[in-house]
Design a protein around this ligand. Structure first.
Ligand SMILES: [Zn+2]
Length: 987
């Protein structure tokens, strides 16, 4: 007979630590334990969380794929969700989460597979029970298998035309073929279904073996966040996760180097989809995982990647060669990393690769001959320390646990799990060791360019993405120049006497004053105070009463109709903002490093100027930005460089992903005035010189200021900041009659419209459809409540029907679509299937039986209410919400409470009526607009030239169509602004 005491004891988890380093204002509690099956668990108790969440990270990733099954680890990640012995329903987990305000996701990297979810805090135990079963007894349901392989294939096709995936894959493809780094990791139908089946490989069987072989307790890290006490959560974890088998497997290790002698000293040209030009230096580097205390790459990256005076980028920019530079290390696997320096080039820069290479190695020479500087590390230390000390909760519980589970795979004392970015010591020898990898005989060069230099042709195609490339040796003259520069035997040929390479000066922006004046209030205010309301300025203010961080956010709209009158005005306004930012760049870089950010951009209403971060030196930065606007001086050559960059960005947009582009056309149809990307591009292309931009700015004489100041600041600070604008820019007030009014198109009941566009990119095989049902104006709270509830009721079913069952494509969204004054419900799909087919499937989906049992209906309603009532997690989230209410011009600060009231009262019969009036296909009163973005890659496809019949009318001429439409009125305050002057917080 088994001794009951002993068997109970073997279930006891082992405490590792409950003493984690925490941010100053963090009121969560933490505990790290290990279960007897060696699953390590981080428990996080949070009294106030709305969502509970969990993540499990297994230390096996695509580097472990079987040779003949590329994409295996990724496919296992997909198929694992297809039911378990205890919960066999294929959709059980997803629908459980969807019914309780939850969601789930997963990803597969080279070394790890990471699964995570979040759910309304009341349902954590049941969700956790379902989740744990995936690691105990997954079914690998053969019925779901083919469909999930299709989903993997569609995911790959979504990535095909995206340059980040293409260049990452090409870099791997051209690395040492004996090292698993070189594998194709996403997988598609060829690698996961047709290929293996042709060879008689039983794919499902191999997936099950893969799971059996690698999914072992000792390689798993689990993180759980919930409202329950740590003891309670510990009990759950023991109960639910102890059945995971431990096989005491060693973590997979890999032999050899990703870049061997064969690859070092080579260079390749890569043809991008977008118009980008870049040069990338990749050095084999150490694995920094064991050096969590000193992190030498932070020092090296700070200096090589610096953007202030004397930096590599500063010299390159002044010469009109580069637009940006990044430098940093990435871990590849055990004992191996890479150090990557990536420089974005101008057209001119592409001809200067030998000179750029010499400049990089000259800087490395400086680093090698200057002893590692302790003051630089001290600066980095104090910035990291401050950032950690005042870190606030992230807004997304699922992302937090996912990151933590992944961090737990790293080597470091568990006390440092939350503070892994802190630099804990200065280690000169380790910095020297890191630098020793950056040698001229130890790198590979990649050149991204749409056009090749004379005499070179595109010679090869990468196997999985079809990327054109040409591989060769690095030319001898380039290597010779690099060696000379590295040894300090030459001076760089770029750079002027006034701007030569040197280490940066100390950063004056590092904040020193962290005083937070805490004034406890009973209930935090939801409404800011209207501090000032005059023709010159309208200023909203809220002193933080919840988060107590030494931070603030300020937002200003400088109203002028000039920024959006014509596409040319908009192009000029954008150009002006870019020139201001360019003139400030080196100055601003220090502020940005020290956690203070700003942005300046034009929109329909005028200019938006925003500053956020530590409030200590905010006014200094604001003054500098305003001075730069007033006194804009443009250095020689900068106009051309910025024009090239802006034109390229607009041109590249046209080559983007269809599902991201289609909303632009929908907005263009719905708004009274909305310039299209192509209209702005044409004007940018035609800009002659900097004089036109400066003359345009001179013509902007009237600006009215609307602002919000929120955070660790006083009323006096807010007024002082506003006065800075009027004192420095000295504008006239803009008469209200000249304010831009946003209006949107209103539809007539019974309208069924379709608008078609061809995709520009001839190689993109994907179509996209955005199908929208118009629901009137956003002021209609009753209708908005129905929309929110309908969006919730249909969301999970849309995903399950259109993506999982019908396999239309990897990208399937549904939900509400808000415009400036109107709203609608939308379904968005990207797919290889024709737009006509997608339209038909969406209609079929909407035409199902939508009657719900009372219990299911109440659950959906509760989900909407839970989402609405979610508490704010950090200062930025609250600032964004407040500013959204100001910028919408409705000033509806109590909107959430109003929405809650209306949603709570909705009944099944309300929703039935809503459905039959506004949603059901064939309804005489619904209003549909569907935008079809069509691929031109496959001519003569299934719907070439075919038009959809029924009541559908095609919009042929947008201007003509819009001029015949009735418009909504403009946005209006929900109550008189004068009333609000008394509503806000009293100080
Ligand atoms: Zn995937």
């Amino acid at each position: 007979m088994a001794d009951p005491v002993i068997s109970k004891k073997s279930m006891e988890p082992h405490l590792i630590t409950d003493n984690l380093e925490k941010p100053l204002l963090d009121n969560r509690t933490y505990r790290v334990i290990q279960l007897p099956n060696k699953v390590e668990v981080l428990l996080v108790h949070d009294d106030t969380t709305d969502k509970s969440s969990a993540a499990l990270d297994v230390r096996v990733g695509s580097m472990c794929d079987d040779e003949e099954l590329p994409g295996q680890a990724h496919a296992v990640e997909h198929v694992l969700f297809m039911g378990t012995k205890k919960y066999p329903g294929e959709n059980d987990y997803m629908s459980f989460l969807a019914n309780h305000a939850g969601s789930s996701n997963a990803y597969t990297s080279a070394l790890s597979t990471n699964y995570y979810f979040e759910v309304s805090h009341k349902y954590m135990y049941d969700a956790l029970d379902r989740f744990s079963q995936f690691f105990i007894s997954p079914l690998f349901d053969p019925n779901g298998l083919d469909r999930e392989l299709n989903a993997v294939d569609s995911e790959h096709k979504k990535n095909l035309q995206q340059d980040n995936y293409r260049s990452y894959q090409l870099g791997k493809y051209l690395s040492n073929p004996k090292h698993p780094y070189s594998k194709f990791t996403t997988g598609n139908l060829e690698t996961l279904r047709d290929g293996p089946r042709g060879k008689g490989v039983d794919v499902r069987d191999r997936f099950i073996k893969f799971h059996e072989r690698y999914y072992s307790g000792n390689l798993m890290k689990l993180c759980i966040l919930g409202r329950e006490s740590l003891d309670e959560m510990e009990k759950w974890v023991v109960e639910l996760f102890s059945d995971i088998k431990n096989k005491d497997l060693p973590a997979p290790t890999f032999q050899g180097a990703p870049l061997s002698e064969n690859e070092l000293g080579t260079q390749y040209y890569m043809k991008p989809v977008m118009e980008t030009r870049a040069v990338t230096y990749t050095f084999p580097y150490l694995d920094e995982n064991p050096y969590y205390e000193a992190q030498p790459s932070r020092y090296i990256g700070h200096l090589i990647g610096h953007e202030g005076p004397g930096s590599i980028l500063s010299v390159l920019k002044e010469a009109g060669i580069a637009t940006s530079l990044s430098a940093g290390h990435m871990r590849i696997c055990n004992d191996t990393g890479m150090y990557v320096v990536n420089i974005r080039l101008t057209v001119n820069g592409l001809k200067k690769i030998p000179e750029i290479t010499a400049l990089l190695f000259s800087y490395i020479h400086i680093l090698n001959t200057t002893p590692p500087q302790e003051w630089v590390v001290k600066e980095l230390q104090s910035m990291a320390e401050v950032e950690f000390r005042y870190k606030q909760k992230s807004t997304n519980a699922a992302n937090f646990v996912s990151e933590m589970a992944s961090t737990m795979q790293n080597t470091m004392p568990r006390e440092y799990l939350l503070s892994e970015h802190k630099i804990r010591k200065f280690d000169a020898d380790l910095i020297k060791k890191g630098l020793s990898y950056l040698r001229p005989e130890n790198f590979r060069l990649a050149i991204t360019t749409p056009e090749l230099p004379d005499g070179i042709k595109w010679e090869s195609k990468e196997r999985w993405y079809g990327v054109d490339y040409t591989l060769q040796k690095i030319p001898k003259d380039v290597l010779d120049i690099a060696i000379k520069a590295y040894n300090g035997e030459s001076t760089p040929s770029i750079g002027s006497p006034g701007n030569s390479l040197h280490l940066p000066h100390p950063n004056p922006f590092i904040p020193t004053n962290f005083d937070v004046v805490r004034k406890e209030v009973e209930t935090p205010s939801k409404v800011p105070t209207l501090l000032r309301n005059t023709p010159e300025s309208r200023i909203w203010f809220k002193k933080d009463d919840t988060f107590w961080a030494p931070k603030a956010n300020i937002y200003f709209t400088l109203r002028t109709p000039k920024t959006y009158s014509t596409p040319r005005d908009y192009a000029l306004a954008r150009f002006f903002c870019e020139l201001v930012k360019d003139s400030l760049h080196e100055y601003y870089y220090d502020a940005e490093l020290a956690g203070l950010e700003y942005s300046l951009s034009p929109n329909m209403l005028g200019f938006d100027l925003e500053i956020g971060g530590y409030n200590d030196k905010m006014t200094v930065l604001l003054t500098k930005v305003l001075d730069a606007m007033r006194d804009l001086k443009v250095k020689e050559g900068r106009f051309e460089v910025i024009k090239e960059r802006l034109v390229r960005a607009y041109r590249n947009w046209e080559l983007g992903t269809p599902y991201q582009m289609v909303p632009e056309f929908t907005r263009h149809l719905l708004a009274e005035k909305k310039w299209l990307n192509e209209e702005v591009l044409a004007e940018l292309d035609g800009l002659a010189g900097v004089e036109e931009v400066l003359a345009w700015w001179k013509s902007v004489k009237a600006l009215s200021v609307e602002g919000l100041i929120h955070g660790n600041l006083y009323k006096e600070d807010a007024l002082k900041m506003t006065d800075l604008i009027t004192n420095i820019l000295k504008p006239q007030p803009l008469p209200a009659s000249q304010w831009f009014v946003r209006r949107c198109v209103l539809f007539q009941p019974g309208t069924e419209l379709i608008y078609e566009r061809d995709l520009r990119d001839p190689n993109n095989v994907n179509n996209a459809v955005e199908y929208m049902l118009h629901l009137g104006t956003i002021e209609d709270r009753q209708m908005k409540a129905r929309l929110l509830l309908w969006a919730q009721m249909s969301q999970e079913r849309a995903f399950d029907t259109l993506r999982t069952k019908e396999q239309l494509g990897y990208v399937v969204f549904s939900g509400s679509l808000m415009q400036a004054t109107t709203m609608g419900y939308r379904v968005l799909i990207q797919s290889e299937r024709s737009c006509a087919y997608l339209e038909e499937r969406i209609e079929a989906f909407l035409n199902q039986d939508w009657e719900l049992e009372e219990e299911a209906f109440e659950k959906h309603k509760q989900s909407v209410l839970n989402r609405l009532l979610e508490s704010l997690k950090n200062l930025n989230q609250e600032s964004n919400r407040l500013w959204w209410h100001v910028a919408s011009e409705a000033y509806d600060f109590l909107q959430v409470d109003e929405d809650v009231k209306v949603v709570s009262r909705l009944t099944r019969s309300d929703m039935k009526q809503f459905y039959e009036t506004y949603v059901k296909p064939g309804s005489e009163t619904r209003m549909k607009l569907s935008v079809h973005l069509k691929s031109i890659a496959k001519k003569g496809g299934e719907d070439e030239g075919k038009r959809i019949g029924g009541k559908n009318v095609y919009i042929e001429n947008v201007s003509e169509w819009k001029s015949g439409m009735v418009l909504s009125r403009g946005p209006r305050p929900v109550r008189a602004l004068e009333e609000m002057e008394v509503l806000g917080v009293k100080l």
